[in-house]
Design a protein around this ligand. Structure first.
Ligand SMILES: Cc1cc2nc3c(=O)[nH]c(=O)nc-3n(C[C@H](O)[C@H](O)[C@H](O)COP(=O)(O)O)c2cc1C
Length: 181
């Protein structure tokens, strides 16, 4: 599979089979994330792998409510990765301040996508989640109050009747220009 093919089959997976994910495969995804680039090589991230079924369900339950139920599918996923944003190094912090850019958010976005693409190559499905009850999840996992959770990633084998959807994206002409805005 070439890289663009891998990108095309990576999609948010919201239906999972109950097959467990092998630890070696989880570790491979973590390795892909570990090798991601970051501002001043700060690597401002930690990845908490939640694969204990009871604990995972507790986390899943904090990603949806009766009013906002769209993340209920997380209960099906055998693994949830909690990506915390860690303190960057001094160079990155200074650069961030001077240039008014949230480098650490950019960094965890890149690492998260590395994780997801590696998972896709291994036949696994992922969905990045930005909607969750951060305080409750921090309590469950004993994450210090002052830390921030960037995203969660669901991980598991897609269910059998899974199909690759067409990507709904802006046209190239809407997003790309040469030599001018
Ligand atoms: C930062 C971020 C937060 C997201 N939050 C959620 C979420 O809470 N629930 C969900 O079902 N999908 C979530 N998504 C997935 C997006 O909806 C999805 O990536 C987008 O619609 C494109 O679809 P695709 O991933 O299938 O290509 C999130 C994606 C990103 C990058």
């Amino acid at each position: 599979m070439n890289f663009l093919e891998l990108i095309k089959i990576r999609q948010s997976v919201r239906k999972y089979s109950d097959k467990n994910v092998e630890t070696e495969k989880i570790e491979k995804c973590i390795e892909a994330a570990r090798l991601a680039p970051s501002a001043s090589n700060a690597q401002p991230w930690k990845f908490i792998v939640v694969n204990n079924p009871e604990l995972k369900n507790k986390i899943a339950n904090d990603t949806f409510s009766t009013v906002v139920p769209f993340n209920k599918f997380t209960l099906q996923a055998p693994v949830i990765i909690v990506v915390t944003i860690e303190k960057p190094n001094v160079m990155s912090m200074i650069g961030s301040r001077l240039k008014n850019k949230e480098y650490k958010l950019i960094d965890i976005g890149i690492a998260t996508e590395h994780f997801c693409l590696q998972a896709t190559e291994l036949g696994l499905g992922t969905c990045i989640l930005g909607w969750f009850n951060e305080n409750k999840i921090k309590k469950i996992l004993n994450i210090p109050k002052k830390k921030t959770i960037g995203v969660l990633i669901t991980l598991g084998y897609p269910c059998n009747e899974y199909i690759i959807r067409d990507k709904k994206r802006k046209n190239t002409d809407e997003i790309r220009t040469y030599n001018k805005y």
